[in-house]
Design a protein around this ligand. Structure first.
Ligand SMILES: C[S@@+](CC[C@H](N)C(=O)[O-])C[C@H]1O[C@@H](n2cnc3c(N)ncnc32)[C@H](O)[C@@H]1O
Length: 261
């Protein structure tokens, strides 16, 4: 995204196009997800050529390898959107209470519709990742998929994720990342910069799908992301790339709470 100039909030077709330079960035991210909520899952499967259906379960298997054995009683899925990862997580931890949280009401409405009442306990609530309405240490596991590149303040959100985990609890972040090979990276950028916005424009969503490749460039590179997790109070950290690094699962164990000041 070019710096300077007036911030914009909509694309030519009128669809929301959030701009980080605008103080109303968070509001526009919410508007954008409200705009695409009904088609979100379908578009995701098309744009990722079905790969997103593998990425989430594989991330949960990586979590199993990473975490110390022990019961999982409460799980938070942050930026749960339409609840794809929330539902998988509930099946993965059938004895746990799973809470999906998102700040876009329209995404939560789809999540509630698609989540059958069943043997697992799944609940949804509306909140921003920057100020979570949960007490310290309330969860054993916190997950989020494709959330972090949309955050106005990554450090504040990681701090909140750490705060609501018990010491020894585990955070799983799944996000689109820069591919590990430069040849794949060139194809990746060509695809996200040209093909995805074209697909988006075809479904009256030019803004959201031009914002997507911009948001990918905002995410810190893997080593800086690892440092951000450590600063937020996580000790053991592991990074597990999938699909040649097109996505990465970041796993982090909550350290002892920082009692200074
Ligand atoms: C790309 S979607 C991912 C949805 C889901 N996790 C998945 O796996 O498909 C990102 C979601 O994060 C939510 N979101 C973005 N920023 C947020 C924030 N600051 N607080 C809470 N939710 C946020 C959006 O409303 C949207 O539903």
């Amino acid at each position: 995204m070019a710096d300077g100039g007036a911030a914009r909030t909509a694309a030519r077709d009128g669809s929301p196009y959030p701009d980080r330079r605008d103080p109303a960035f968070e509001r526009d991210v919410r508007r954008m997800f409200a705009h695409i909520a009904a088609r979100y899952e379908w578009f995701d499967h098309v744009a990722s050529v079905g790969n997103d259906l593998l990425w989430r379960p594989r991330a949960l298997w990586a979590l199993d390898r990473f975490r110390a054995p022990g019961p999982v009683r409460r799980v938070l899925d942050l930026g749960c959107g339409t609840g794809e990862l929330t539902r998988l997580t509930a099946r993965h931890f059938p004895d746990a209470e799973v809470v999906g949280v998102d700040f876009t009401a329209a995404m939560l409405a789809v999540a509630r519709r698609r989540t059958p009442a069943g043997p697992t306990t799944v609940g949804y609530g509306r909140a921003t990742a920057l100020r979570l309405p949960f007490s310290d240490g309330a969860f054993d596991v916190a997950t989020n998929a494709f959330l972090v590149r949309n955050l106005a303040d990554l450090d504040a959100a990681l701090g909140e994720m750490r705060r609501v985990l018990r010491p020894g609890g585990v955070l799983l972040i799944l996000e689109i990342t820069e591919p590990t090979s430069s040849a794949v990276a060139s194809l990746f950028h060509a695809y996200f910069d040209h093909v995805v916005p074209w697909l988006g424009a075809a479904v009256d969503s030019a803004g959201p799908y031009r914002y997507l490749p911009e948001s990918l460039r905002r995410l810190p590179p893997r080593p800086a992301f690892r440092d951000a997790l450590r600063r937020a109070g996580f000790g053991r950290v592991d990074l597990v790339p999938q699909s040649m690094g097109i996505v990465t699962t970041f796993l982090a164990e909550a350290g002892a709470p920082d009692r200074r000041g």
